[in-house]
Every structure is written in structure tokens, then in C-alpha cells.
Write a protein that binds this ligand. Sequence first.
Ligand SMILES: NC(=O)c1ccc[n+]([C@@H]2O[C@H](COP(=O)([O-])OP(=O)(O)OC[C@H]3O[C@@H](n4cnc5c(N)ncnc54)[C@H](O)[C@@H]3O)[C@@H](O)[C@H]2O)c1
Length: 364
Amino acid sequence: MRLFVKTRDKTYPIYFGTNNCFKIKKILVQNNINPKKLIVIYDKNVPKKIISKFKNKLKDDKNIFLGLNFNEKVKNLNTVKKILNVLGKNNFNRNDCLISIGGGIAGDICAFAASIYKRGLKFVNIPSTLLSQVDSSIGGKTGVNTFLGKNMIGTFCQPNVVIVDINFLKSLSKREMICGYAEILKHSLISDKKFFIFLKNNFKNILNLRPNIIKKAILNSCKIKKSFIEKDERENNLRKTLNFGHTFAHAFESTLGYTNKLNHGEAVLLGILTASKFSNKEKLLPKNELKLIENHLKELKFNNLNSYFKKYNIDKICDFMIKDKKNNSKDINLILLKKIARPTVNNRYSQNKIKKFLVSLIDM
Ligand SMILES: NC(=O)c1ccc[n+]([C@@H]2O[C@H](COP(=O)([O-])OP(=O)(O)OC[C@H]3O[C@@H](n4cnc5c(N)ncnc54)[C@H](O)[C@@H]3O)[C@@H](O)[C@H]2O)c1
């Protein structure tokens, strides 16, 4: 099964399946990717069995396999430099290809390196986490963190091919499955109430990888992301909707210094909660719909901020929200919900207003 993402820059396929990553050779040929050299950069947490089988499929002296430990702390320019050095030392050219196997962090870093090396190598993304399969591998946002905040340096550069292989999800922890689920949930809340109800009724089946249910959740999610990207690739307006909950989420993550205490997907769940509550406070999202969202987040055990933040964190959270790269004023710009599946972009609020609101959510 394939889905094509059509952007001004290029049209590229997302392949869906189980064990389809092992068809890599055929997929490269199908997409006119005939590199003289190939580099596969993989996350060392991806099961060795999968990596060695993948290596076998691409056996060739000229191909390079580089395993790295990926996490938010190394999502930086130093790691990009390391990758560029390997490409340079091995004389990679524009027609050569970089394949990334890993989660959103590996994908974002590798895509960024591929997009700037000699102004662009061929890039194939094989996302190995639920989050990266339903979200980060599609849409062409690449980048790394800097002292300025999350994903502050990056490019828009669409991949040549994405291969979504459900087999990777078998080794993911429940915590990581919930993180991916956060982005699926976000997609439903911004565009499809029926899908949201499906998720509410099936989230346990999704987390337990029930084949038909997980496939439907992934495919629907990718279709939603694709539709936003095709209408607004460069995030001039509509694509901003995909950041629902993320202005809060990025500030939460940054405030805690990207520690293991709160990873990206978990921050997104708290961000969805906060943005939904704020939407209701602003008389947009009706109380009954807020309740539906809150109850679902309660089932996922992400229904309050208190376990993560204290009142003294609020100034820092607001500072990060102001610095958010989608923000271009001294006010805070939020994506909110008028209803489930009826988002609204460009809602500006003063820092003071957001501070007071956060104080009301964080008791101590
Ligand atoms: N580019 C975009 O549009 C976009 C969108 C959303 C998120 N993101 C970025 O994605 C990142 C989060 O991605 P993520 O949640 O995939 O995190 P991640 O890449 O850190 O992966 C999560 C964890 O799972 C491990 N892992 C990866 N594949 C595995 C497998 N098959 N089995 C077992 N363990 C495995 C990783 O080593 C890591 O410890 C953030 O940096 C975020 O900014 C980017």
C-alpha cells in the first residue's frame, strides 16, 4: 500500500506494510534512486536482528552502516557535523543516498544533514517509532535543537521515499507507543471527530499493536498530515494547525531541559490538555467536548500538569513560549479548538494572561 505526498518541491511515496523495509533495493529502483554509494544511519536501539537483515539486503563494499545513539541531548549541530564529515570523507555526491532508520530524532538529524550536504543528497526515511511513522517522517521538516530552543536550526526538505514498516513497533516500549499515540490523537482533534471517537474506543488495541487497528490508525494519521502539507508546505498558515498543543509542549520540554522525565510525545499530551482547557476558557471549545478530551487523557494518565511542574516553573515556560519559532510578536500565538475537528490558528494572548492561566492549572 502506498500513499503519495504531492508538494511543490517533489512528489514522494510513503510505503506501508510489515517487513517492507527489506524490499529496500526494489523500492530504490522503483523511485529512480540509483546511488553509487549509500550510507545507512541507524539508531542503535533498533533491534540488531532487523539491522543485520537490512544490511544483508544492501551488501556492497561501497555502502556504509553507521549506528548512533540518538536522544534530544545529541539532537544538535555536533551530531550533524559528524555525519557531514563521514559523507565528506567518503566523497558522497548529490546522487548518492542517505537512509535513516530510527525515530523522530534520527530522522530529523539525518534529514537535515542530507538536505545541507552539497545542497542535498537523496534521502530515504525509515521511521522506527510510532511517532515518526505517523508524523515526523512526513512533511519535510528537518532540524536540530540549539541553546535557543527546540528544532531552532533546520530546513524544509521533503524526503525522496518514506517506508513505514509496522514490524519496528514490536520492540517499542509502551511509553514510546503512547508518545506516538499523542500525535495520532492530535491529528484526530484537528480534523476528524469520527477518528477521535475511534481512537477513544480503540486506544488499547492500538497500544497493543492489534494489526488491523494499528494499521488504520497509522494510515488515517498519515492521510491527515499529508492533507495539511499539500495545502501549505511552508507553514504559512494552515499547516500551523499541526502544532496544536505544541507551543505548550515545546515549552514544557525545554523547561525540563529535554530530560527523560518528560519526552516529546508526553509533552504533546500535556500540551493538548492545556490548549484544550485554554480553548474552553476562551469560550471556544464547548464544555462537553473538553470533557471528552479530558476523560481520554485521564485514561492515558496525562490529565494534569502537577506531577511535572510547580508554580516557579511558569515564568520559564512562558519565556520559551515567546521564543517559539512560530511566534513573531511579544504575545503568545496559539492554535486552539472551536470544536473537535474545528481548529483556529493565530490566536494571540499576552504573556500575563497565559501565566495566570497556567497558575490556575498548577496548584503548588
Ligand atoms: N520533523 C517533524 O515534522 C517532527 C514532527 C514531530 C516530532 N518531531 C521530532 O521527533 C522527535 C521525537 O521522535 P520519537 O518520539 O520517535 O523519539 P526518538 O527518536 O527519541 O525515539 C524514541 C526512543 O525509541 C528508541 N527506538 C527507536 N526505534 C526503536 C525500535 N524500533 N525499537 C525500540 N526502540 C526504538 C530510540 O532510541 C529512543 O530511545 C522529537 O525530537 C521531535 O522534535 C519532528
